[in-house]
Every structure is written in C-alpha cells, then in structure tokens.
Ligand binder design. Structure first.
Ligand SMILES: *Cc1c(COP(=O)(O)O)cnc(C)c1O
Length: 430
C-alpha cells in the first residue's frame, strides 16, 4: 500500500502520542493533519506524497545553510564508519569545544549534552550549585525546554510564586520559579527586591523566539546584566535558538551583552541531537568531575553529532559573509510580506532579528507575551493552510519564529511572497 501523509498520520496516532514525537510538529494550533516528510535539499522539502515546499522551519533552526548540506553529510558518513559511539574521549570533542570558545563571547569552558532542554536544566543546576541559592527568574512566554523548573506559570495576583503549567510538575518545584515580563525590567526588579539574596539565576531568551520572534528592547539585556551583577545572580542566556544564528557569536555578540552561562542547541548539532552549556572558568569549575555539581551523559559529545556540528560551525566561522547574506534575504522577505499585507489592508506586525522573523496579525507592537496574544489566530490558521497549499511550509503555529537559511534563493523568496498574496486574499475572503 502506498503511504500518504494521511495514512501515516492515522497509523502514527495508534502508536505514538498524538502521532508525533514532539508537540510542536502536530498541527494542533492550525488544525488539520501534519505533513510527513520524505527528504529535503537546501530549502526545498519533499513530502511522502511527492509534493514540494519551500521550508521556513529548517528543523526549527539547525538548517541555517540548508538541508543535506554537503560538508555535514560527508563528516557524518566519515565518522559513522569509525563507530557511532565510544563512551570515551575523542579528538573531535576537543576541536568542537575550542571552536565554540572562539565564536562565543565569555565561554571559557563548555560541556556538551544531547538537547536544548538538557542544556538549560544543567545550566540552572550549575547556577544553583555555584550560588548556593534556590530561586530562578524566567520570563513569561520564553521557552527553555521541558525541564520541570521551566514548566511553571506566573503566580496570579499577589502571589509571586509560580504554579505548575503541566501535570507531573510538583508544587515544590514550582515555588522556586518566579516569572517576570519580557522587556520589562521593573517586573524583574520587583522580584529581586522581594527575594533579595535568594535568586540563583535569571534565564532569558535574549531574542524571544518561542512566542513568535520578539526582539529585546533597547537596554533590556544590559539592564538584566546590571541587576544580576548587583545581587551576584547568574545571568543565563538561552541561546538554543539564537546561538550561531543572529550573529556568529549569537545574541551576546549582536547586542553586546555577555552572560555568565550560555546554553546552545539546534544549530550546534547541525540537525543531530546536541545541546551545550558554557561559561566562565570560575563558574564551570563547579561542574563534575572538576566540582561537586553532578552532570553526565552516556552519549554526550557523540562522534556523529560532533562531526556534524563541527562541519557546520567551522563553515559559519570561516565565512561570516553567510550572516550578511541571511540578513539581506530576510530583509527582502520582510519587505515583500509587509507590502502584501498593506496591499490587502490586513493589520500585521512583522518582527525580525537577523534571520528570525514572524508575522503577528495585530495592530499592536508585539513586545511581550501579552501583546503577542493579540494576534488573530483564525487568520493565521487560514493563512498557514493557504501557504501550505501554495507550496510554502511555515511553522504550524502563530507563536513560532520562521527561520531563513542561506539556501533560500531570491526566486524562492519571490515565490513565497506571491504565495502570501494568494493565501492572504483567500483567507480574508473565506
Ligand atoms: C528549542 C529550544 C529549547 C529546547 O531545546 P530541545 O533541543 O528541543 O530540548 C530551549 N530553549 C530555546 C530557546 C529553544 O528554542
């Protein structure tokens, strides 16, 4: 029997929760059944039904130079032939750590893990071990993976302590996570005053990417740096999405603010399962086996994953022109989309930082979780499906960033803008 996305999704739902191995892939917020993919080259995806799409998900970030990028494929094949894992040290781990140190500001030492989630969980444990404090401040609408400490809603009313946002997270964990508003330093000051000397870390996505793309306002990141310095609180930049994307040295470089601990994921593994956390010598010396903060992983620093990541990062390091080209291409798409929405008199706020962008169907400036919520979800749903029909694969949610790759050609961007013109016309007439 010839499998199609439809038949595969039916089978998947019998054996996998929701038919997917990560909820962001399901089409829950746009409706319909997800597309099952067969292969991809550069910025073109092919699904199991043989239909092609221009890709703006890029595996949620890693494919910054496109799918099946030659040097990455070769590096993985070469490494695989020597063994897929040793559970003992290898040279590629040393080369990888040295390369990241050259690219990332403020990183003296770096530990490899297997996902962004693991990197953020470990970063928080290290900050707690280093400071001897328990509480952590995060921002509403920021995402740091599915670790217990991060699945916490802001307290309501006078209550500043958090409550679990998922069953299975205990009240005990929730009480140590405090939630502030993105781009609002006063909300952070309030928490730091109330819990003076108790806050181990502030963790932030320096460019929010998981409630749609929201840039930090001028002075926000520098303000966090000052507040952390004043209370010896560890500043953690979650650069799982922005690392090696918004600049060679990530958001730290782009905005000129250095964190104490940085977490990476996505691009660092070039599509293989990799995360990492790094920081100053002083902080990283608490990590086992140098220090008492336990952290480990059987497959951490896996030779295939390191080979892939090293191949991609060295290309980005040696040819920084990729970043200029990405900036140009994303600006081109931004302008084209803006014209399309203006032409159809649709209220849209398009946010962009480097090669991350997203469209909010709202009149408001989108600068935090609350303003992101003002987007017209029904319009996004119709627009999304129109784009899909017209051969453009956008993230299936109004609250995700689109990722450009340097494999996007001008012709593809023009095709995308034309598709948007059709999709938005159909959406407002439906
Ligand atoms: C994707 C993401 C994570 C989680 O990474 P996983 O590899 O999915 O566990 C954490 N933080 C940010 C900012 C992310 O975008």
């Amino acid at each position: 029997m010839l499998e199609t996305s439809k038949t595969l999704f039916e089978r998947a739902q019998q054996s996998i929760p929701g038919g997917v191995n990560s909820p962001a892939r399901a089409f829950n917020s746009v409706g319909g059944a997800p597309v099952f993919l067969e292969q991809a080259r550069g910025s073109v995806l092919t699904d199991v039904d043989g239909k092609e799409y221009i890709d703006y998900v890029g595996s949620w970030g890693p494919m910054i130079l496109g799918h099946a990028y030659g040097p990455v494929i070769e590096a993985v094949q070469e490494a695989a032939a020597k063994s897929t894992s040793f559970g003992a040290p290898t040279e590629i781990e040393v080369k990888m750590a040295e390369l990241v140190k050259q690219m990332a500001p403020g990183v003296d030492k770096i530990r490899m893990v297997n996902s962004g989630t693991e990197a953020c969980m470990s970063a928080i444990r290290v900050a707690r071990g280093y400071t001897g404090r328990d509480k952590v401040i995060k921002f509403e609408g920021n995402y740091h993976g599915h670790g217990d400490s991060f699945l916490i809603n802001a307290g309501s009313g006078a209550l500043t302590l958090g409550t679990p946002s998922s069953p299975g997270v205990t009240e005990g964990t929730a009480k140590d996570t405090l939630t502030a508003d993105f781009n609002d330093l006063n909300s952070v000051k309030k928490l730091l005053n109330e819990y003076k000397g108790e806050v181990a870390a502030i963790i932030v996505e320096p460019v929010a990417g998981n409630m749609g793309c929201i840039p930090p306002q001028k002075g926000f990141l520098a303000g966090l740096r000052e507040l952390c310095d004043a209370q010896d609180t560890v500043l953690v930049f979650d650069e799982v999405m922005t690392g090696f994307r918004v600049a060679q040295g990530g958001a730290q470089q782009r905005f000129g603010v250095t964190a104490d601990i940085v977490t990476y994921g996505k691009i660092i593994g070039a599509g293989l399962p990799v995360g990492a956390f790094g920081g100053s010598r002083e902080i990283m010396q608490v990590v086992s086996p140098d220090g008492p903060v336990y952290q480990a992983g059987t497959l951490s620093g896996n030779p295939l994953a390191m080979a892939a990541g090293y191949a991609l990062l060295s290309e980005l390091y040696e040819n920084p022109v990729h970043y200029d080209e990405l900036e140009e291409k994303t600006t081109y798409l931004f302008r084209g989309m803006k014209e399309v929405f203006e032409h159809h008199e649709v209220s849209a706020t398009i946010n962009r930082v480097g090669s991350m962008m997203s469209v909010f169907f709202t009149r408001e400036e989108v600068r935090d979780f609350q303003t992101a919520q003002t987007t017209n979800r029904e319009l996004f749903r119709d627009f999304f499906h129109g784009m899909l029909t017209n051969g453009v694969y956008l993230p299936p949610s109004p609250f995700e960033s689109w990722f450009l790759a340097n494999s996007h050609t001008e012709a593809m961007l023009d095709e995308t803008i034309t598709a948007a013109d059709t999709a938005i016309a159909d959406a407002i007439n439906s």
